[in-house]
Design a protein around this ligand. Structure first.
Ligand code: DOR
Ligand code: ZN
Length: 356
């Protein structure tokens, strides 16, 4: 098989940043995907409907600028950002009701305070947001969860499965009709939890967690471009994620968690967390699915299961991947610096064909 045609996919978890960084990265996602759920962890965070609408306008302006600069054709320039709000201890139920009514906000992101990049405004105790969660449950606004326990005493590699016991499961019991996306799952425990749970839960899985285990961070030296949160785990976890992604179960869908940081902040004594995968996302996923002998399951995972969870239409058009070896660039442009894509300098065996 040398070509693979899929319904046009979407990215259900993406960091687009803002300002010049947004302008530098938005075209990469627009070439790959029709839509994306855009994460709200800006500085300051996107906490209100007004913030989300203003951010959406800046994304659309960056897309128009990329199209005018000849970086995007019309189809790609029509990329749709799907907006999210950042949940804080002080999020007002009325704000969530307005967001749901607007039809412009697809979810609300729970960052446990201190869990990751720009999470200091996040939720300090899940009990403080009961009124917000009750409102979301009532109006049908999904909760998108960064599922890591934040107690510094907990080992970094255990934070996801501890979160399931301490937060996720009690939360599900208290709000059984709240729709939840367990974002960027990284462990067998999370994959099995989502697989076996009652209805109303889904999970995104990144390409890097399907392709790499934690050895990748330490191969030939300390490699910050493989550092993200939740951090890569042991091989049995990677295998469990691959099994979930390729199972055909509609609860699992594509979310790159592409998280751009300037090269100097990645190659740093305290390297920022995040893998930049937007430019070659589909090719990375195709590599993972091919390794599992499951290329026939890629379309469901990439293009069908996400819209089904979010209650959105499947994209009408298609994309085609061709078998052709190519090398991931060492660096790409980024304001005041460069950005290093994940697996820079390595080769991939599939390439997304330009739109017909
Ligand atoms: O690796 C990560 N990078 N994980 C996150 O949760 C946030 C993200 C970012 O915004 O850089
Ligand atoms: Zn993320």
């Amino acid at each position: 098989m040398d070509t693979l045609t899929l319904r046009r996919p979407d990215d259900w978890h993406l960091h687009l940043r803002d300002g010049d960084a947004l302008r530098a990265v938005v075209a990469a996602s627009a070439r790959q995907f029709a839509r994306a759920i855009v994460m709200p962890n800006l500085k300051p965070p996107v906490t209100t409907l007004a913030d989300a609408l203003a951010y959406r306008a800046r994304i659309l302006a960056a897309l128009a600028a990329a199209r005018d600069a000849g970086e995007l054709d019309e189809r790609a320039a029509a990329f749709q950002p799907l907006m999210t709000l950042y949940l804080t201890d002080n999020t007002r139920p009325a704000e969530l009701e307005a967001a749901a009514r607007s039809g412009m906000v697809q979810g609300v992101k729970l960052y446990p305070a201190g869990a990751t990049t720009n999470s200091d405004a996040g939720v300090t105790d899940i009990r403080k947001v009961d009124a917000a969660l009750e409102t979301m449950q009532r109006v049908g606004l999904p909760l998108l969860v960064h599922g890591e326990a934040t107690d510094p005493a907990i080992d970094v590699f255990d934070r996801e499965h501890v979160f399931i016991d301490q937060v996720m499961e009690p939360l599900r019991r208290r709000f059984p009709a709240l729709r939840i996306v367990f974002e960027h799952i990284t462990t067998r425990e999370a994959a099995h939890y989502v697989r076996d749970a009652a209805d109303g839960i889904g999970a995104t899985i990144t390409a890097h967690h399907l392709l790499y285990n934690r050895n990748a961070i330490f191969t030939g030296g300390l490699r910050p471009h493989w550092y993200c949160l939740p951090v890569l785990k042991r091989e049995p976890h990677r295998l469990a994620l691959l099994e979930a992604a390729t199972s055909g179960n509609p609860r699992f869908f594509l979310g790159t968690d592409s998280a751009p940081h300037a090269q100097r902040l990645k190659e740093h004594a305290a390297a920022c967390a995040g893998c930049y995968t937007a430019p070659h996302a589909l090719e990375l996923y195709a590599a993972a699915f091919e390794l599992a002998g499951a290329l026939d399951r890629l379309e469901g995972f990439a293009s069908l299961h996400g819209p089904r969870f979010y209650g959105l239409p499947v994209n009408a058009d298609t994309v085609t991947l061709r078998r052709a070896a190519w090398t991931i660039p060492e660096q790409l442009p980024f304001p005041g610096d460069a950005i290093v894509p994940l697996a820079a300098g390595e080769s991939l065996q599939w390439k997304l064909a330009p739109a017909a």
